[in-house]
Design a protein around this ligand. Structure first.
Ligand code: ADP
Length: 394
């Protein structure tokens, strides 16, 4: 539990346990339906681990948690994230008890079976396609801090500049950074069909966990909950028609990344690496990981390739430039291009105006555009159809 506790954790727990779980009728905590609680000042986030078998009733349960916690003095904002749980433990509880299958329905009439929650309704490693979205591309890195999010944002904007419809999903739920990089924040609106409306940033559609939970909330979720949250961000969002959905992956190549690569219907992955040996080893792990789950690696981008002096513009290969290209050759994947280490890239991306937008005619925008064109080319050569560019009317 973390944060400045203006709200008493015990009260939250008591309130949650005052809500009967479907079937067993035990309190939600006691029945094992609460996967995590995090408190940040007056904002509370609860992960509700639902049994997918209860179907649309899970939305009603979610609402009940929101209303009950919302009524607790001192709580100003409640976020409930649904996550799928294997039915076993919860239903075991039900069978061991009085088998109250019909006794604790809260008198709710079940709405028609259509509002299935993406992650929760699709447990296991099921790659359901995302209707309307033509290519989902993961941007990944073997470790944090190599510029994955900056690259993802600038490549997404470059694809947009090439005439495609593009969305960005920040799936780094532990440290979402797209709000900062793309300069967008706030809670998303909801459609009549209860789908979240992505935020707009520089023409991109953007969705991030950072829109839903307070920035200072320390996430204490376990792996399966993280996965379900990401599935919700993917599937409960009204993406509309997109040529590309760029998924900014969490850094690393652990289990979470592997599961993500297994459950999201990815067209391919772009791996971002710096030229240092260590980062390259991590990049190689990334390639291996995607190979393992049969996701094509579209190529490697070398970020912070050379250092551009902000005073004299002199270029210095401080990290031994060229390593990523050699590594790409060794691994048999395409080298998509190199992006220099330049103060202007950091400043613009930290101000929410990525360099592709801030200096569209500069050399860095051209470098990102080359990467975007490379991605399109690889998809084309791999049999993927090139989406028709959109003609914009001014
Ligand atoms: P990651 O997503 O891999 O953790 P970020 O994209 O958040 O990395 O980048 C980490 C930091 O490095 C940010 O402050 C970002 O502005 C900066 N950065 C990324 N790429 C470059 C670059 N090519 N030149 C200068 N700064 C960069």
């Amino acid at each position: 539990m973390s944060g400045v506790n203006s709200v008493d954790e015990a009260t939250i727990r008591r309130t949650l346990d005052g809500i009967p779980a479907p079937r067993s009728g035990k309190g939600l905590l006691a029945a094992g339906w609460i996967g995590g609680i995090s408190i940040a000042g007056a904002k509370v986030t609860v992960a509700l681990e639902v049994d997918p078998a209860i179907g649309p009733a899970m939305e009603l349960l979610k609402r009940e948690v929101e209303v009950r916690l919302g009524a607790v003095p001192g709580i100003e904002q409640v976020t409930v994230v649904l996550s799928g749980k294997r039915a076993s433990s919860q239903s075991q509880g039900a069978h061991q008890g009085h088998n109250h299958d019909h006794g604790h329905d809260h008198g709710q009439a079940h709405p028609p079976r259509k509002a299935q929650v993406g992650g929760a309704a699709a447990p296991g490693n099921v790659k359901l396609p995302l209707p309307g979205v033509r290519h989902i591309i993961a941007v990944a890195s073997g470790k944090g801090g190599v510029g994955k999010s900056t690259t993802a944002a600038n490549v997404a904007l470059s694809l947009l500049g090439l005439g495609y419809k593009v969305g960005v999903l920040d799936s780094d739920i532990y440290g979402p950074s797209m709000q900062r990089v793309l300069g967008v924040s706030g809670k998303p609106d909801t459609t009549a069909q209860k789908k979240m409306v992505p935020k707009q940033a520089h023409g991109l559609k953007v969705m991030s966990m950072g829109f839903l939970v307070p920035e200072d909330t320390a996430m204490i979720w376990r792996g399966p909950m993280v996965m379900s949250a990401i599935q919700q961000l993917l599937r409960e969002v009204d993406w509309g028609e997109l040529d590309f959905l760029i998924v900014d992956m969490p850094p690393g190549t652990g289990d979470a990344q592997l599961t993500l690569a297994q459950t999201v219907p990815l067209a391919g992955a772009v791996i971002v690496s710096t030229p240092q040996d260590l980062a390259l080893i991590d990049a190689a792990r990334g390639v291996t990981m995607f190979n393992k789950v049969s996701v094509p690696v579209l190529g490697i981008v070398e970020n912070m390739s050379t250092f551009i002096c902000p005073n004299c513009q002199h270029e210095t290969p401080i990290f031994g430039h060229g390593g990523a290209r050699a590594e790409a050759d060794r691994l048999g994947v395409r080298f998509l291009g190199e992006i220099p280490l330049d103060m202007a890239i950091r400043v613009t991306s930290d101000e929410g105006r990525p360099i592709v937008i801030d200096q569209p005619n500069g050399p860095h925008a051209a470098a990102y555009r080359a990467v975007a064109e490379g991605v399109v080319a690889v998809l084309e050569s791999g049999g993927g159809k090139r989406p028709a560019p959109v003609i914009r009317m001014e």
